[in-house]
Write a new protein. Sequence first.
Length: 272
Amino acid sequence: MIRARKQFGQHFLEPVWVDKVIAAIDPRADQDFIEIGPGPGALTRPLAQRAKSVTAFEIDRDLAAALVDEAIPNLTVIAGDFLSRSISDFALPTSHLRAAGNLPYNVASPIMFKLVELHAAGVPLVDATLMLQREVADRLVAPPGSKQYGVLSVLIQHAADVEAVLKLPAGAFRPPPKVLSSLVRLRFRAPNPPVRDHALFGRLVQAVFTRRRKTLANALLALDGFGPPPPVRPPEALAAAGIDGSRRPETLSIAEFVRLADSYVPVTRAVL
Ligand code: SAM
């Protein structure tokens, strides 16, 4: 029996849940997959059986080596931290790449941001079906004004359509985590609406949600602590975006966040 390593967020999917999760992923014979955290391979084997190829990234070198030893024909195992892979590791011979993974919950958000970043950098990622802590899944789909609406909601919904596809109890995993789980699907697309400076947009969203109970006029001051202080000050930015500075950050729609971020980036050249 494999001992789960806590530092790698290992909670292995129980066999009775595998078919349900695979049905939700719905792999097809002409599709290429990356899998994040294959572990002992509960999802990897059926994925490799049904899909054209699977490239699996596993940080635990013992588990990675055990999967390599199985010599599954269309499976490539890459041992190491998924988060430190460079874009060249994703230069796979495909124009339609899907992602799947029962994610380590301690690094689920950075993994999702990495997937968004890879998509933005031109990796042909179509979608990702990911197992998450239920609370994180709820934040992903949260609408403006709700308690769960925050950085994750804005930045992921800006880059992908998000859908919750399956709920799982703690007992679906061994050892059972202390939390409930949900399987979600992110469908990547062009950022909507487009934003002039993506990095600044990310910093602004993170900054204002550190002061989610304050007014926007006040919360925007937090941006000074997230990289070089912008030359535009909050009152000018808010006026340019046509947004009332007495509103709370959590009430802004994604389009309003984009407008606000764009008002920090004056258009210097007219596009003809
Ligand atoms: N897919 C297996 C399953 O469903 O039974 C294992 C899922 S377990 C929740 C998460 C897996 O991700 C573990 O195998 C763990 O070692 C691996 N992992 C954790 N952090 C990782 C990282 N940064 N990069 C790649 N794999 C990671």
